[in-house]
Write a new protein. Structure first.
Lengths: 426, 650, 410
């Protein structure tokens, strides 16, 4: 027995030698920082499962740099300060090589100082308000110009909307997006009086007055469209009221930025057919990669589960990270970061996503009409749109640009040609 | 490149397979194929016009198929067909010209043309003149909807033509209305327009206002000196009074009538470019952190001619005074604009009155929701004095009961009728259980009850999450509750809200009946007033408390079904209502159901009222409502309707 | 009476000694100054727990000693955090802006600096103008004063109105809860200049200490929190020991009798309510720089209920009870929700603590209220063989906040 053991040890040692010298410490740890309890669990648990599935698939392919990947899952419990604490724990106690996580903007703002201080690497998979570019964060979700602006263009050009109701939940994403849109619409010749803005609390349920206000907008003979950044549960009451008021998508179309396949599963969509959503991904996209992805997901989680946009963002982000690590031959953050720029990976919707030096992706923008089965019928798909960290449609940020590759600065003032700051403002 | 290829292919196809004489429709479609395939509202109009103006008998069919997403292109040869799915899961292709099936194809060999709703509307407008006299009344209605959505000058003539032959009186009325509106907007004859305007004045329809308002659209214009006489001027703008001076100056700059202002940032940049040996325009650089010094330096530079001079306030005022700013009607005829604005003023008054009515309806609806959520609490807290923090979770339990019932009984009407008593039963049982296990040990300790029931509340909420997940669950109302009761285009209320109102009224009656007309009510009142005396009169305290608490909880469960129907079913449903419910009871006055009703009305109307003042921020409305309630309680601690005398208990 | 006083003194001494030993142990084991056995994130957790213990003491003073079940003390805690957060955020941003503008060819005007700072803090959501509430944000001294003043004034005005109208018992609880809700909704609004839902973030980066590693900063804050807790404890002991404390207990058990004896009951209540609000504000000001971010969700009504529950579980009416309750429940909670607790396989079902912990916690409130009104602190009474007075089931007084027979000790 002893001889066997020593033999085994010897073989292992030999095998260890055979592994190329550049191999990182095994196993390579992937931190997963998504809320598994609390209010955000509803959305984030799905992403945790996505990450586990991706890690599993990568291990089945033989791991990375000759190492097994190990997912380290923690639960920040939808508690924003806890996100910072757990991120610190992941980076300094578990010593993970990369973190995939966060959903809300406030949780990202909470984590930012920690990943910047400890030089970690975070992949953030959700569409967000932009106006940020951190050296240590890759934003795989949509920036406003990859979701809001094309959707507004669609309203203006394809639907001929002349009067806008911007309805949103009162937090930073809708606020910023609506600010950008207001300024964008005015640049497109829409008068200030033709833009109606309303903010409601999280989980708002009494929508009668607001829906009536929107209908009344039609009184001056202009076609009205609603751009909705309403978040989460509140959408259910909103769409129910919309249906009750008998507003068809042909009269007043509604385009939503936060309503995907998951959210529709809590609703009877028969009365909502034709209303729209804008994302970078829909489950109904036709491509081979997407079919495989959906199949793997359903096999793991059950047939009734749907896929959505942030899942695709994690899919792209994870695979790009794997390729960058392979190219860098190490998991060292700075080396991987250097290899991330220009990384390409096929989208699930067809085409190729490219990682830009401003840490955003170039991705196509899709617009879908809601169908009675809770899926989206894709009515418009653009070419890849490069994500813009600092929007061009607000005077303060139009001057700014982000380039971590050549300028090594996330907030570069192109007018004075100076770097405003290298750390983020959180 | 791709389109070029398609075009060449289409040409090739037309010359070989498709002969214009045999297949004129296909020929037109092939000619327009690039535009059709581009599928964009911006470019598609010529293609639609080509089909509708072709004069072919098939034009209507093609457009209808296109609009209904029934137009398919065969990938192999680029020909267009109408296609329907067959039982074998492939598609039968109908040729437009012959109207016959010319073959079948798999969906992978076909491409469906999916016009977006903008294109569908364009097609709809093109279809109007075909459909206005269509034998199918549905199509005639569709045509009228199209007219309503996209009114246009060219629709007036076909609409008038179709009036005479319209057999259906209802559609005829719609057509006449549409004709009036089009006349107002587009008729060439001024008198007829004014007649139509005065005819429609006082009508509340959104469409009337939507026609009148564009007639009064204006543009800003600026003139050196007084404006020309011939213009139809809506308003003369006076800088500093009816228009901001800065705005007025910007108009001048935009019209190239004045030099642009120089912004602080431009000054800074200009100064930075002209630093010479540590000074700019004679001012040392280190002193430029003072805005006045910057202006001085800039003025010095301007004198040297290095930078454009900045117009000073005096210069700006002079330039403004030399110009006149006016709002000019786009419509040249003064008579038409006068008539239209008069009509709009009349309508505005009626609209205002109706909006007030609508606001009252909204307030009533919110009142009934708050009342329904609080009526259970009015029993457990108001009558028994038990602080039940788990009240919200009983509401949630009721909503989930409704959801579960709907999973088992698919018929929506039957399931709701079943869910209401079942929700009552479930929460009644839960209430009795909680009363027996927890509350009865703490009857004279309300603060401890608060904490213990809070514990129950978070446990129940988490249990709901474990069982049903965190995802919101659908609870769908029966079809007869879909839609809204629309009195006119301004005043409308959804049927589901009316149902909640009725339900709230019903439970008010139930409460009054039980408390005033039944033995249980008598005993409850006795127990709450003086438990010892009641016990010595032979009343079973335990039983009365248990039943009363169960009743309160049961009503909360029914409220849950109602709230789930109009909003959402999640595990956090209850916590959204708990603070408001307590405030409703406290504001109204504890121990009196009319007080609870008054409290609900006050909170509901207050919130809607504040929302009306500030329609863009609903959150602010809620905040101010709560602050107002806090202040109210400070000055009237016993609520709106305070119990007096012995009933007050202490 | 003499014995009780000694007993209280003894518990104070024991508490302070334990606190000192604990502080020393953590210091020695910390990453910043010790051998690194305790990670920085755990030092932060412990430091935050000490702050929670401090706010629990203030809660115990109002509820355990004066019978006012305030469901607003966590709001005061949050306000303290907001006040210190404003300075931290302003100053840190100003440093960044100053460095960046120093390279400009032309020295910036005061207005330009202020605009740039505002633009950084509020981003595109706010205007470039600083809202009025930020008037003192450039001064550390002023903001530290506001840490005490803002909660104090709010509590003072609210308490004056409420106590004057004789709002008491559960009505006061509901009213304080409404106040907390209104405050958190107010802070939620972006228009009000405190960055809405995002709140104030990056608070762990102390201006001027950019080069000091967080490992060290965390230990400093830990010391600060330990000192504040010790001092706060002593202050609380002093308050409840003398005549003031006796009157408070009298108000708790039978307010009417105390009033008839000629004491200005409202003044006593108001002073205590305001004072504990200030104490809560100080605790919050120490807590949030360790947490790193404060946002309106921190002030949600549920947080204040939890605060009351901590005190109840620790044992109300005894100061060390509050400390034990706050420390134990918050640490155990974070252990269970952190995914570190092992799952319990039952064969047919696996209990995952992430899912079931709240159920257990909720039921344990019920159990403590029903069966162990003395809370964990009651264990010490068992040790000392102190027994509850025999009052035949009657409470100590007629008021809603009065101690129960089983809660009291001789």
């Amino acid at each position: 027995m002893t001889t066997f053991n020593s033999l085994l040890a010897g073989t292992l040692a030999f095998a260890g030698l055979a592994v190329p010298a550049f191999a990182a410490e095994c196993p390579i740890k992937v931190g997963v920082l998504h809320s598994l309890s609390g209010t955000m669990a509803i959305s984030e648990t799905t992403l945790k499962d996505t990450m586990l599935m991706l890690v599993e698939q990568q291990n089945a392919k033989g791991g990375l740099l000759g190492c097994e990947l190990e997912a380290v899952v923690v639960d920040p419990a939808s508690d924003w300060p806890l996100f910072a604490e757990k991120a610190r724990e992941l980076l300094s106690v578990h010593e993970v090589d990369v973190i995939f996580g966060n959903w809300t903007s406030v949780s990202r703002k909470s984590v930012l100082p920690v990943v910047e201080e400890l030089n970690g690497l975070l992949f953030y998979p959700v569409q967000y308000e932009g106006e940020e570019s951190s050296k240590n964060v890759f934003y795989t979700g949509a920036a406003p110009n990859q979701q809001a602006i094309p959707a507004t263009d669609y309203f203006l050009e394809e639907l001929g909307v002349e009067k806008f109701a911007l309805l949103g939940t009162d937090y930073v994403y809708p606020r910023t997006t609506n600010n950008i849109l207001e300024s964008y619409l005015q640049s497109k010749g829409i008068a200030e009086d033709d833009i109606f803005v309303n903010y409601t609390p999280f989980g708002h349920s009494d929508w009668s007055k607001i829906v009536a206000d929107v209908v009344a907008l039609g009184a001056d003979g202009k076609k009205v469209g609603v751009i909705s950044t309403i978040n989460g549960d509140a959408n259910i009451g909103f769409y129910k009221e919309l249906a009750a008021a008998g507003i068809s998508a042909d009269d007043i179309p509604v385009i939503a930025f936060s309503v995907g396949e998951e959210e529709l599963s809590g609703l009877d969509t028969a009365n909502l057919v034709g209303h729209l959503a804008a994302w970078n991904y829909f489950q109904s996209a036709e491509s081979e990669a997407n079919t495989d992805f959906i199949e793997a997901w359903k096999a793991k989680m059950g047939d009734e589960r749907v896929t959505n946009d942030p899942m695709e963002a994690h899919y792209i982000g994870f695979n790009m990270w794997v390729n960058a690590v392979t190219a860098a031959e190490t998991t060292d953050v700075d080396a991987v970061r250097a290899k991330m720029y220009g990384q390409e990976f096929p989208n699930l919707t067809g085409g190729t996503a490219v990682m830009l030096p401003n840490h955003h992706l170039a991705k196509p923008v899709l617009i879908g009409e809601i169908q009675s089965d809770g899926q989206f019928d894709i009515v418009s798909q653009t070419a890849e749109v490069p994500g813009d960290a600092w929007t061009d449609f607000l005077p303060e940020s139009a001057l700014l640009t982000s380039d971590w590759k050549d300028l090594n600065c996330g907030m570069y003032n192109t007018e004075t040609e100076t770097c405003v700051q290298t750390l983020s403002n959180y | 490149m791709k389109y070029l290829y398609v075009a060449v292919l289409a040409l090739a196809l037309t010359s070989t397979f498709v002969r214009a004489q045999e297949a004129p429709t296909q020929m037109i479609l092939q000619e327009q194929a690039p535009l059709i395939m581009e599928n964009s509202r911006r470019t598609v109009a010529p293609a639609i016009a080509a089909v509708s103006d072709s004069g072919l008998p098939q034009a209507q069919d093609v457009l209808q198929a296109w609009q209904a997403k029934n137009l398919w292109q065969r990938s192999a040869d680029g020909l267009f067909f109408r296609a329907t799915k067959t039982e074998q899961n492939d598609y039968a292709l109908y040729d437009f010209d012959s109207g016959e099936i010319v073959g079948t194809a798999l969906s992978s060999d076909l491409e469906q043309i999916k016009p977006n709703s903008g294109i569908r509307a364009l097609i709809g407008s093109a279809l109007v003149r075909f459909q206005l006299q269509d034998p199918d009344p549905k199509r005639r209605r569709a045509a009228l909807t199209s007219v309503q959505r996209n009114p246009g000058e060219d629709l007036l003539a076909p609409l008038r033509e179709s009036l005479a032959a319209e057999p259906d009186p209802e559609i005829l009325a719609l057509k006449q209305r549409a004709e009036r509106l089009l006349t107002m907007a587009y008729d060439a004859d001024e008198d007829r327009r004014i007649a139509a305007v005065s005819q429609m004045a006082g009508d509340l329809g959104v469409d009337v206002r939507a026609t009148l308002n564009p007639m009064l659209s204006t543009r800003q214009a600026v003139f050196a000196g007084p404006p020309p006489e011939a213009l139809n001027i809506a308003e003369t703008l006076v800088p500093g009074e009816t228009i901001e001076t800065s705005e007025a100056y910007d108009i001048l700059v935009a019209a190239d009538l004045a030099p642009p202002r120089v912004t602080a940032a431009q000054i800074r940049n200009a100064l930075a470019q002209h630093i010479e040996g540590g000074t700019v325009g004679g001012v040392p650089v280190h002193r430029l952190d003072d805005p006045d010094m910057r202006l001085q330096a800039y003025a010095a530079l301007a004198e040297l001619g290095d930078v454009p001079p900045a117009p000073g306030p005096v210069q700006i005022a002079q330039t403004l005074a030399a110009h006149s700013f006016v709002e000019v009607y786009v419509e040249p005829s003064t008579r038409v604009t006068d008539a239209a604005s008069e009509a709009l003023d009349t309508i505005a008054l009626t609209v205002g009155a109706n909006q007030a009515v609508d606001l009252i309806l909204d307030g009533l609806s919110l009142t009934s929701i708050y009342f329904l959520a609080a009526i259970g609490l009015a029993i457990t807290f108001g009558v028994m004095g038990v602080i039940n923090m788990a009240h919200g979770e009983f509401i949630m339990m009721g909503a989930y009961t409704g959801y579960v019932v709907q999973q088992i009984v698919p018929n929506h009407t039957a399931s709701i009728l079943l869910a209401i008593p079942l929700a009552f039963a479930v929460t009644f049982a839960a209430g009795v259980l909680m009363e027996r296990l927890v509350i009865r040990w703490l009857y004279n300790r309300p603060l401890e009850t608060l904490l213990a029931t809070f514990g129950v509340s978070i446990a129940l909420q988490q249990l709901a999450k474990n069982i049903f997940g965190t995802q919101a669950r659908p609870l769908t109302s029966p079809e007869w509750l879909d839609g809204a009761w629309a009195i006119n285009d301004v005043v409308a209320i959804s049927y589901i809200r009316i149902a909640i109102f009725v339900l709230a009224g019903f439970f008010l009656c139930v409460y009054l009946f039980i408390m005033r007309r039944t033995r249980l009510g008598l005993e409850t009142r006795a127990v709450t007033q003086n438990p010892r005396m009641a016990a010595s009169m032979g009343i079973n305290l335990n039983k009365v408390n248990m039943l009363t608490f169960g009743l309160g909880s049961g009503i909360a469960g029914v409220a849950g079904v109602a709230i789930g129907l109009f909003a959402k079913v999640t595990s956090e449903l209850g916590s959204d209502y708990i603070v408001q419910s307590f405030m409703t009871v406290v504001v109204g006055g504890v121990g009196n159901i009319w007080g609870t009703l008054a409290g609900a009305a006050m909170i509901g109307f207050l919130q809607k009222g504040i929302e009306w003042f500030n329609p863009s921020n609903t959150l602010a409305a809620q905040t101010f409502m709560i602050v107002f309630i806090i202040m109210f309680i400070q000055f009237r601690p016993r609520g709106i309707i305070a119990l007096k005398g012995r009933a007050a208990g202490d | 009476m003499q014995r009780a006083y000694q007993g209280r003194n003894r518990s104070t001494v024991i508490f302070l000694v334990l606190l000192a030993v604990f502080t020393l142990t953590v210091t020695v084991l910390s990453e910043g100054v010790g051998n690194g056995m305790i990670s920085t994130s755990f030092v932060k957790t412990l430091g935050k727990t000490l702050c929670l213990a401090l706010v629990a003491i203030s809660m115990d003073l109002v509820w355990g000693y004066a019978g006012i079940l305030s469901l607003g003390h966590f709001a005061f805690f949050g306000l303290g955090g907001y006040m210190v957060g404003m300075w931290l955020m302003y100053e840190r941003t100003r440093e960044i802006v100053a460095t960046s503008l120093a390279d400009a060819p032309i020295p910036p005007t005061a207005q330009e600096v202020s605009d740039a700072v505002a633009n950084q803090i509020f981003g595109v959501v706010g205007s470039a103008e600083f809202p009025l509430i930020w008037a003192f944000a450039d001064s550390l001294a002023a903001q530290l004063l506001l840490v005490v003043l803002v909660p104090g004034v709010l509590a003072g005005v609210f308490g004056w109105l409420a106590f004057r109208s004789r709002v008491a018992g559960v009505y006061l609880s509901i009213l304080t809860q409404a106040m907390t809700l209104a405050l958190s909704l107010y802070l939620f609004q972006n228009d009000n200049g405190l960055r809405g839902n995002n709140g104030l973030s990056g608070l762990q980066n102390i201006p001027g200490l950019a080069d000091v590693p967080q490992a060290l900063v965390s230990v400093w804050f830990f010391w600060g929190a330990a000192f504040a807790l010790g001092a706060g404890y002593l202050l609380a002991v002093w308050v409840v020991s003398g005549k003031f404390g006796s009157v408070l207990r009298g108000i708790r058990d039978d307010e009417a009798r105390v009033r008839f004896l000629g004491y200005p009951v409202e003044t006593y209540k108001l002073v205590l309510f305001t004072g504990t609000a200030c104490l809560a504000g100080i605790a919050g000001a120490l807590y949030y720089p360790q947490a790193g971010i404060i946002n309106p969700a921190e002030l949600a009504p549920i947080a204040s209920i939890y605060l009351a529950v901590w005190v109840a579980i620790g044992g109300r009416g005894r100061l060390y009870g509050a400390v034990i309750g706050a420390g134990l429940v918050s640490l155990v909670s974070s252990w269970f929700t952190g995914g570190q607790a092992p799952d319990v396989p039952l064969g047919f079902y696996t209990i995952k603590w992430v899912d079931w912990w709240l159920v257990v916690l909720g039921l344990s409130f019920v159990m403590v209220t029903l069966f162990a009104p003395k809370g964990i602190g009651g264990l010490f009474d068992l040790l000392e063989r102190r027994i509850a007075p025999d009052r035949h089931g009657a409470d100590l007084g007629p008021d809603q906040g009065a101690l129960r027979e089983k809660e009291a000790s001789e």
